[in-house]
Write a protein that binds this ligand. Sequence first.
Ligand code: KG4
Ligand code: ZN
Length: 358
Amino acid sequence: MTLTLLGIESSCDDTAAAVVRGTDVLASVVYGQTALHADFGGVVPEIAARAHAEKLDLCIDEALQKSGLTLPKLDGIAVTAGPGLIGGVLSGVMCAKGLSAATGLPLIGVNHLAGHALTPRLTDQVPYPYLMLLVSGGHCQFLIVESHDTYQRIGGTIDDAPGEAFDKTARILGLPQPGGSSVEKAAASGYAKRFNLPRPLLNQPGCDMSFSGLKTAILRARDGVVAEKGGLTPQDQADLCAGFQSAVTDVLIEKTRRAMEAYLVMNPEKRSFAIAGGVAANGAIRNGLKQVCARLDTDFVAPPLNLCTDNAAMIAYAGIEMMQTGHRDDLTLSARPRWPLDQRAAPMLGSGKKGAKA
Ligand code: KG4
Ligand code: ZN
């Protein structure tokens, strides 16, 4: 039976609601909060939580209207129950519980990372298993996706996520937030080799990564230019951005190549690699990963950008897979700020704007 679910997402700085039937996205609405946090140089958890609480019902209403359905026509309600900023996750979970209690619809608590990890199945019906790189402002990990509730993490960042490093680089260089797109734009007219920037952990074995040293290197390089010339010209900014982007790209390409080789030894017949997360928008990174896949004769799946970044369609879809195998939550469902997908893996070090890098 094809299930139709409402999805609700509020774990970071996007308030989102969606209605998904099977693999058809009937409606997906995202209310971003970029302007609310712009003055603070990052997401302020309290402001985010209040904005979610204010906007969730409007967002859900809009998604239902766009889908042409009403709550009684749905089969269930899926909500992000973690990991993420606790105030935001709580806003979504409480809202979903209220709707479930009022309508009698089943409630499904979804792991936000599972939402990202299952997106290639929503968009491209990729069969299990496949290798996935989840790379965003809060996450960076290689996952072997075996089923909707079985994941093997084979590497990840030990400190910052790349999106966080892009955002910090933009801040250091006086470019607008969110930093990823402004750094990419500036990098287009920059000379990547002008500054000698590190490729952290590149020569260490395994698929773990580190990006915080790179951010410090950008800070030092900027200070060097400012000390010499008294400020940064647009060309200095462009060269620093190009150098930074090329360092992140080199690390992601090499670690992806290793992760894929390790994955293919275990699954030689299942040659699929997918990316998700906001950093997947970056042209240089995307092309680099595409080439790695071509060299290893592996399919490259990149969901459309609106489903790569935070959204609620991925939560509704993950909820559908969970419900199909009999999963149900009840009103005791709690918000989990930390919730690793791979329960067997050792916890990652560090924590970013989204909390745990689990
Ligand atoms: O997946 P997402 O929307 O939210 C999180 O879960 O974090 O990702 C947002 C992140 C931000 O850090 C943003 O700077 C980064 O993705 N990003 C990019 C680009 N567009 C967005 N990073 C590099 N290049 C881009 N073009
Ligand atoms: Zn996310």
